[in-house]
Write a protein that binds this ligand. Structure first.
Ligand code: ASP
Length: 585
């Protein structure tokens, strides 16, 4: 006996008259005293079973006991539904199965939530993820994810990439996050770090002559969880020997297009636009701009240099955006709060109402030339940022996104992909004043920037590039350093002594000194990519068993404390914070 002849969603009117065995979950049951109707569901859809006590007394008795989410097997005859019972909204809506034999394969306790319930608390959904997964939305997401990843794998295979497995347990790699640590019983007191990415291993694969490496690699980063961040996530991780930037970007574009096509969606046109870091920072105030709408940041520093408005005249940088709405005082007050959150001291503005009249506390200080320069049409508001260039960029970039979201400027526009290229190689830590890498310390400087003042590398350009989709950073990559002396110089600039560089990265330095080919690569966040493909607001909706923002897994209850003996074997003592509960589970 087989469990089923076909899936629930497959029956059509051409099967009328056939005897079938079907199996699935009870989606709903309608008990009319005599007749019992059951909608039986699996991942393909729903099918109506009719259990008639006059036809099958035993099956009817069993059907009265059935509840939602029981697992049933039914055998019977496919019949046409009466004309007034046809359900045009269901692909199987013209037929039903008149049941002769009904077997309860599995029962279900009362459910913590109904599958068709909206707005179920997310922690509850994740605690009972196996139920949540049965819902159409989740089924669609996981299958979509599979389809896209399969298309990526096919593309990588076609392009000659070799899937090489690299270790999860390794030394910390400097990707800019904290490491998750794994103690080692054989060496108490010592720890592996879980790989933040396979960065160094893939570079070593290049030195090892693999030529084209890829992996759908799991990465672990101890960061605060957000809509687009989990402790563990996957990357399409790749590296090419003897590659220029354009070779790398080409591969990613092919993968993006193949994913769209595998889902039957119109793919974005190639090549994706390439914008420089300086350009996007100036025009959009962020290195991952959402280009689905304009509202670009505009320059006013020159025109306000001799302004009678002191704040403008004295600011090193004055820029503005023109929002497509004449804001009220109350709305401006809210925008000002947001501007302050981004680091502004206040928010200067000029409202041009529908009749063209200017409303602004600073209007009296502004010359006609200044007002003209802002070029704000009736029914708009000019919002200013004045101060240090990076603060102005941050504030106006934040306001630009906020206004666009509130005004629905992104509605109906989709799939704007672009590259940001030519990033600075180093950035200065605001607090310590130390110079550190912008991407990671293995990114090569742009040709012509090989020499710099190691004490002040401001302005050195790196061969780092990012892929952005609708304002989400999908991933980063770079052309790497393959010259050992250059690598040492980078470490020195970051403030690492020779000894520190040797002890942390000695293996890399040795490999670079033994015939390293020029190489470059990229890593694209799979979950971010899939969430956007699925139209989901956060990556948890495309991850089977994600963690919640407190950093726990509501399903298994992890993380847990460990018995003292286990910790002792590992050479670990814990400092349990007061009130944190008992030490062992
Ligand atoms: N390893 C880098 C990251 O995870 C990506 C790359 O440079 O290839 O962001």
């Amino acid at each position: 006996m087989s469990w089923r002849d076909l899936y629930c969603g497959e029956l059509r009117s051409d099967a009328i008259g056939r005897r079938v065995t079907v199996a699935g979950w009870v989606d709903t049951r309608r008990d009319h005293g005599g007749l019992v109707f059951v909608d039986l569901r699996d991942h393909t859809g729903k099918l109506q079973l009719v259990i008639n006590p006059e036809r099958a007394a035993e099956a009817a008795a069993a059907a009265h006991e059935v509840r939602n989410e029981f697992v049933l097997q039914a055998e019977g005859e496919v019949v046409a539904r009466a004309a007034d019972a046809v359900n045009p909204n269901l692909p199987t809506g013209e037929v039903e199965v008149q049941v002769d034999r009904l077997t309860v394969l599995s029962r279900s306790t009362p459910l913590p939530f109904q599958l068709d319930e909206e707005n179920v608390d997310e922690t509850l959904r994740l605690k009972y993820r196996w139920l949540d997964m049965r819902r159409e939305r989740m089924q669609r997401n996981f299958r979509l994810s599979h389809t896209a990843v399969a298309a990526i794998r096919r593309t990588m295979d076609d392009l000659g990439f070799v899937d090489v497995w690299t270790p999860a347990m390794t030394r910390g790699t400097p990707e800019g996050a904290r490491d998750f640590l794994t103690p080692v019983r054989l060496q108490p007191g010592k720890f592996f770090a879980l790989a933040q990415s396979p960065q160094l291993f893939k570079q070593l694969c290049m030195v090892g002559g693999i030529d084209r490496y890829y992996q759908i690699a799991t990465c672990w980063r101890d960061e605060d969880l957000r809509a687009d961040r989990q402790f563990e996530f996957r990357q399409l991780d790749l590296e090419l020997a003897f590659a220029e930037r354009e070779d790398v970007l080409d591969v990613l574009e092919a993968c993006v297009v193949a994913s769209f096509e595998s889902l039957g969606r119109a793919a974005p046109a190639r090549p994706f636009a390439r914008l420089t870091y300086d350009d996007v920072m100036r025009r959009f105030g962020t290195d991952k701009p959402d280009l689905r709408f304009g509202m670009e940041i505009q320059e006013a520093t020159d025109v306000t240099r001799s302004s009678e408005f002191g704040v403008f005249a004295n600011a090193p940088c004055v820029r503005f955006i023109v929002a497509p709405k004449p804001y009220s005082r109350a709305e401006i007050a809210r925008l000002e709060e947001i501007a302050r959150e981004w680091g502004a001291k206040g928010l200067a503005y000029v409202v041009v109402d529908e009749s063209g009249e200017v409303r602004s506390p600073i209007a009296k200080f502004l010359s006609d030339r200044e007002l003209q320069e802002f070029n704000a049409p009736p029914g708009s508001t000019v919002l200013f940022g004045a101060g240090d260039e990076d603060v102005v960029a941050r504030v106006l970039g934040g306001l630009r996104l906020h206004v666009a979201r509130e005004e629905g400027l992104t509605a109906g526009v989709s799939d704007v992909f672009h590259w940001v290229v030519d990033f600075p190689l180093f950035e200065q830590d605001e607090e310590s004043g130390r110079w550190t890498f912008m991407h990671h310390p293995f990114t090569a400087p742009t040709a012509g920037w090989e020499e710099w003042d190691e004490g002040n590398p401001a302005g050195v350009q790196g061969q780092h590039y990012d892929l952005v989709w609708n304002g989400w950073e999908l991933g980063s990559g770079s052309i790497r350093i393959h010259d050992v002396e250059m690598q040492r110089r980078i470490f020195r600039t970051m403030g690492l002594s020779e000894e520190e560089a040797e002890s942390k990265f000695g293996f890399l330095l040795e490999a670079l000194a033994m015939g390293a080919p020029p190489h470059g690569g990229f890593a694209m966040g799979i979950e971010r990519f899939v969430a956007l493909l699925a139209g989901e607001p956060d990556i948890r909706q495309v991850i089977a068993f994600p963690k919640v923002s407190s950093g726990s897994d509501p399903l298994t209850g992890a993380p847990t404390s460990m018995p003292a003996e286990v910790l002792r074997d590992l050479g670990i003592a814990t400092l349990t914070p007061a009130g944190a509960g008992e030490a062992s589970p």
